[in-house]
Design a binder for this molecule. Sequence first.
Ligand code: CA
Ligand code: CA
Length: 524
Amino acid sequence: MLLPLLLLLPMCWAVEVKRPRGVSLTNHHFYDESKPFTCLDGSATIPFDQVNDDYCDCKDGSDEPGTAACPNGSFHCTNTGYKPLYIPSNRVNDGVCDCCDGTDEYNSGIVCENTCKEKGRKERESLQQMAEVTREGFRLKKILIEDWKKAREEKQKKLIELQAGKKSLEDQVETLRTVKEEAEKPEKEAKEQHQRLWEEQLAAAKVQREQELAADAFQELDDDMDGTVSVTELQTHPELDTDGDGVLSEAEAQALLSGDTQTDATSFFDRVWAAIRDKYRSEALPTDLPAPSAPDLTEPKEEQPPVPSPPTEEEEEEEEEEEAEEEEEEEEDSEVQGEQPKPASPAEEDKMPPYDEQTQAFIDAAQEARNKFEEAERSLKDMEESIRNLEQEISFDFGPNGEFAYLYSQCYELTTNEYVYRLCPFKLVSQKPKLGGSPTSLGTWGSWAGPEHDRFSAMKYEQGTGCWQGPNRSTTVRLLCGKETMVTSTTEPSRCEYLMELMTPAACLEPPPEAPTEDDHDEL
Ligand code: CA
Ligand code: CA
């Protein structure tokens, strides 16, 4: 506000002080028409009538302030109503209006309109506007500072509360962990017991199947049905050949009978069956491969060795129970398979029956304890995150008085012809094609980056998406005083280095005290 007034002062005097054309008020005392003129650089002294005689006498051009005679001279426009100005003397009478008061074109035939008053008015207006913005911005800044002070205190309180809460939640988690572990013990035991029983059943069923197979084979082999299988009888099965010549010799057959000449059913199973079961082909099967004929479909004979047992009651039950089991299957499978790989056998027979009521009750109880424990653990994690966030926010450098804190959880966008730029202060800057596409990072928060005496006038965002064969993108955000908060421009002054301008009240400096004369009409 003071500036326009000060500008006016010399202009008032200027009218009164007589001086040669093109001489500034500051220099007028060098030009005393009652004395010879000494060039301002002291290079020569000349009679005063050689000043502005359109002939250059002084090396520094100081004798021709009002003409174009000296190549290095300069002409001073008073520009009453606006700002005084020096122009190079070659612009004097060059046909172009350089001074707003038109005094540089006094002898060129060009008529220059005096635009100084208009320019001065516009300048004063814009200065006033700027001053108004600064005043209002600074007023808002003080509010921002107060707001953050309060918010910070509240956040600190909240932090203390959370820290206290965390302690008790930690205790709770530990209690629930113990409860869970206690509940898992009987669960584990019951499940293991169940598993063991199931495996025993499987093993028993397997033994029984083998016994049945062996019994069937024995019956087949015992051609004369005398209750024993003899060497001769065994020899009717050449597939049992052991030396690979395709014939089961007497000696080979006897060897298979453990050196005996015959065997009864019991020792057949105990001593012979295991040695021949893999080679033995039942006479009931006409070909090597199981022929899928209509009656065969009812019996599971696909396996090698064949298992010609009709579905027992047990198996039928199992099939009925299959559906009920499927829900648990995944869980059980992983445990069962993890512990012991199973031989490839019919899937239905591998399926463990559902848990009994007591075991299921243990599982349910343990699951409930697990759920509670996990829920508490999640709450604790959430709380720890809240604490971390609060601690970070409270200790963040938001400017000398925290005036920039309000930007912390905000984002601002600027849309250009091609891109949408997004600034989330203290976090990141990104650029996204206007017509869709994924955003490119132009950097994440690095530090305050203004010059040493004005550190908070700029921010630096670093380590954005790498440029092809170039550096990682980065952005400098310049902070400008304004009443509102908005991104006003984005440019890329050098490759992959972006410059963004953010207008914010927080960047407004305290305005100078207003001139007393203007107090009356500037009062809010
Ligand atoms: Ca001269
Ligand atoms: Ca001119």
